[in-house]
Design a protein. Structure first.
Length: 163
């Protein structure tokens, strides 16, 4: 259905393409960005799309190939701890849009895979459900699309497989 293997990255790109009108790079392994905004106030700006089942305030960043923006779709907030014995149904409860250079410029710790991003950045860059970031305002139609993905979380039974 999405034209690529059904992993979190490709699913996130599919959701973003259909919600925020982003276009894909030809290669799924393009360094730095997954595509570009095709319409709206950010048309032509590059975007790296992330989909995380849980929000742990961790973001994968390649500092040598920054996009203009990170569009981050997450499930519910959770502690950055072991996932052993937990569940993480894939749903979108919150969406954030980070200006990449601003984010990297204000980071105090290590930047790379599993970069710890302070809570204040998450708060000010949230675009759904709270419109805290004025650079990209989520339209009523976009809200309905995201509501479809967030409602999945409340309908799924929690199943834990134990040995």
């Amino acid at each position: 259905m999405i034209g690529r293997p059904a992993n979190n990255g490709h699913i996130g790109e599919y959701i973003a393409a259909n919600t925020f009108e982003t276009t894909f790079e030809e290669s799924a392994t393009n360094r730095g960005s997954d595509g570009y905004f095709a319409s709206g106030p950010l048309v032509g700006k590059s975007v790296n799309i992330k989909l995380y089942a849980k929000r742990t305030n961790i973001l994968d960043i390649n500092p040598s190939a920054l996009p203009d923006y990170f569009l981050v779709l997450t499930g519910p907030k959770a502690a950055a701890a072991s996932s052993k014995g937990t569940v993480a149904p894939l749903c979108v409860t919150t969406v954030f849009m980070f200006h990449a250079k601003e984010l990297v410029g204000q980071q105090k710790g290590k930047i790379g895979i599993a970069t710890s991003v302070p809570q204040a950045f998450w708060d000010k860059t949230e675009i759904f459900p709270r419109p805290n970031n004025p650079e990209l305002v989520v339209s009523p139609t976009q809200k309905e699309i995201h509501k479809t993905f967030s409602d999945v979380h409340s309908r799924l039974p929690e199943i834990v497989i134990r040995p």
